[in-house]
Write a protein that binds this ligand. Structure first.
Ligand code: FES
Length: 105
């Protein structure tokens, strides 16, 4: 299984570098590192509590937003142009080093 790193800025502005494994979604990597991400729906694009902002340099490397994610983001708070649901982004080698920021709760 291929491994890499993701960079996550928490709500206090602290940067965390987390080990990432291919096949996991970013939400799972963040949650497994005990960072404060609620992920209430468990990754079904149904709660928006895994909302993150993706650093603009990485946006073009992401999978495209599917309808379910888009409609959930429409109902979320603090949405920005670079908002994504981290449960809908599966880690792969292209995302090694990606930088995301946890959105406010
Ligand atoms: S965990 Fe609920 S939308 Fe991502």
């Amino acid at each position: 299984m291929s491994k890499g790193k993701i960079n996550v800025i928490d709500r206090e502005g602290k940067l965390h570098q987390l080990e990432a494994k291919k096949g996991l979604v970013l939400m799972e990597i963040i949650r497994d590192a005990d960072l404060p991400i609620e992920a209430a729906c468990g990754g079904c694009a149904a709660c928006a509590t895994c909302h993150v902002y993706v650093d603009k340099d990485w946006n073009n490397k992401l999978n495209k937003i599917e309808d379910e994610e888009e409609s959930m983001l429409d109902q979320a708070f603090h949405v920005k142009e670079n908002s994504r649901l981290s449960c809908q982004i599966e880690y792969n080698d292209d995302l090694d080093g990606i930088l995301v920021t946890l959105a406010p709760e």
